[in-house]
Design a protein around this ligand. Structure first.
Ligand SMILES: Cc1ncc(COP(=O)(O)O)c(C=O)c1O
Length: 345
C-alpha cells in the first residue's frame, strides 16, 4: 500500500527530469568559484530577489547562521519571533557559532510588530546587549505556513532604517508566499539585508539553499561558509537540480496550497479538532486535537498504521505538509482515512 507522507515538504524525491538535469550538469571546483552551473544558479537567484549577489550553501540552517554571523558581533542581540526556526530548530547555533543572544518576541501567527520590536530595543548603555538584527520568517513553519504581510515588513524596514538594525529573512518557503500573494520575489528583496531561500522544500530539489544580499555581504558570507565547512567542490550537480526546480516547480506550489486548504478545512470540520484556517494559506496544516482531548502522538501513530505520515507538533498538535509528491488523489485518501480514524477514537 502506498505511503502518503505528509511529514514535510523536504521528503520529496527528485523527479526523472531533475535527475537528468543533474546527470548532465557542467561542473568545476566551486571553492575556486569555477563551477559554471553554481555560478549560473547564483546569478539567477540574486536577480530574482533583486539583490547584487547570491551564495549557494548546503542547507537553510547554514544560510540563516551565516547571516547571523555576518550581521553581528559576539554579545549582540537578535530579535525574532519566539516560534521562529532560527530560535527553535537550529541546535542553539546562534549562541554556539556567533556568540549572540536571542530576544524572542511573542508573535501572532509568526508576525512580530514594529511596536514589539521598538520596545525590545536595548538602550545604548554598557549594561545591555547591542540590539543588532531582526530575523523574520516567511512563510512561517510553526505558525502553519502563515504569510508575513508585506505592509508589516515595510514598517519594520522603516524602523530598522531609523534604528540601525539589520534585517534578515528566513525565506525557506518564500516561494510559497510569493505564489500565494502574487508579491514579486524582488519586492521582498527590497526590505531585507539578506534572505535565505531553500531549494529542497516545496520546490523538490534534493539539497541546497541560497543566501542573497549585497556584494559586500556575500563577500563576508563566502568566508563564513568556508569556516562553517560549507565550501563544496563539483557542486554544479546539485545546482543543476536547483536551476531546474526554479524554472519548473515554483508556479505549481499553488497546487500544494489547494491541497493543504482542502485538508485543513476537512480537519477543521471534525468535532474536537481545530485548524487555524487564517494561517492555512500555503502548504502547511496544523491541526489541534486538544478540544477532543486526543494526544498528538497517539493520533499520529494511528495515522501511521494507515500509512499516513505526519509530525506531532507539541502535545496536541499535528503538522501535515503538502508537496510535489502528494497528488489530489493522495490528499482525498488522507482526508477519508483521517475522518474514519477520528470517528473511531
Ligand atoms: C522556516 C525554516 N527555516 C529554515 C529551515 C532549515 O532548513 P534546512 O533543513 O535545510 O537546514 C527550515 C527547515 O525545515 C525551515 O522550515
Amino acid at each position: 500500500m502506498n505511503i502518503i507522507d505528509l511529514r514535510s515538504d523536504t521528503v520529496t524525491k527528485p523527479t526523472a527530469d531533475v535527475r537528468a538535469a543533474m546527470a548532465t550538469a557542467k561542473v568545476g571546483d566551486d571553492v575556486f568559484g569555477e563551477d559554471p552551473t553554481v555560478n549560473k544558479l547564483q546569478e539567477i537567484v540574486a536577480e530574482m530577489l533583486g539583490k547584487e549577489r547570491a551564495l549557494f550553501v548546503p542547507s537553510g540552517t547554514m544560510a540563516n547562521q551565516i547571516a547571523l554571523q555576518c550581521h553581528t558581533q559576539p554579545g549582540d542581540e537578535v530579535i525574532c519571533d519566539e516560534n521562529s526556526h532560527v530560535y527553535n530548530y537550529e541546535g542553539g547555533a546562534p549562541a554556539l557559532l556567533s556568540g549572540v543572544q536571542i530576544h524572542p518576541l511573542p508573535g501572532q501567527r509568526g508576525v512580530i510588530t514594529p511596536e514589539q520590536i521598538r520596545s525590545a530595543l536595548r538602550p545604548p548603555d554598557h549594561h545591555f546587549a547591542r540590539s543588532r538584527l531582526v530575523v523574520l520568517e516567511n512563510t512561517h513553519n510553526r505558525a502553519g505556513g502563515a504569510i508575513f504581510p508585506l505592509e508589516e515588513i515595510k514598517t519594520i524596514h522603516n524602523l530598522s532604517k531609523q534604528t540601525g538594525l539589520k534585517m534578515h529573512l528566513d525565506g525557506a518557503r518564500l516561494w510559497n508566499a510569493h505564489v500565494a500573494t502574487g508579491t514579486p520575489l524582488s519586492e521582498y528583496g527590497r526590505y531585507f539585508d539578506s534572505i535565505n531561500v531553500c531549494l529542497s522544500k516545496g520546490l523538490g530539489a534534493p539539497v541546497g539553499s541560497l543566501i542573497v544580499g549585497s556584494s559586500a555581504f556575500i563577500e563576508k558570507a563566502h568566508r563564513a561558509r568556508k569556516i562553517f565547512g560549507g565550501g563544496m567542490r563539483q557542486v554544479g550537480i546539485l545546482a543543476a537540480a536547483g536551476l531546474f526546480v526554479i524554472k519548473n516547480h515554483i508556479e505549481r506550489l499553488a497546487i500544494d496550497h489547494k491541497h493543504a486548504r482542502y485538508l485543513g478545512e476537512a480537519l477543521n470540520e471534525l468535532k474536537g479538532v481545530s485548524v487555524d484556517l487564517q494561517a492555512t494559506c500555503t502548504n502547511i496544516v496544523i491541526a489541534d486535537f486538544k478540544a477532543g482531548g486526543h494526544f498528538a502522538a497517539k493520533v499520529a501513530e494511528l495515522l501511521k498504521e494507515q500509512n499516513i505520515l505526519s509530525i506531532p507538533f507539541g502535545e496536541y498538535k499535528i503538522r501535515f505538509v503538502t508537496h510535489l509528491d502528494i497528488s489530489e488523489q493522495n490528499i482525498q485518501i488522507a482526508v477519508e482515512k483521517i475522518q474514519k480514524i477520528y470517528r473511531q477514537l
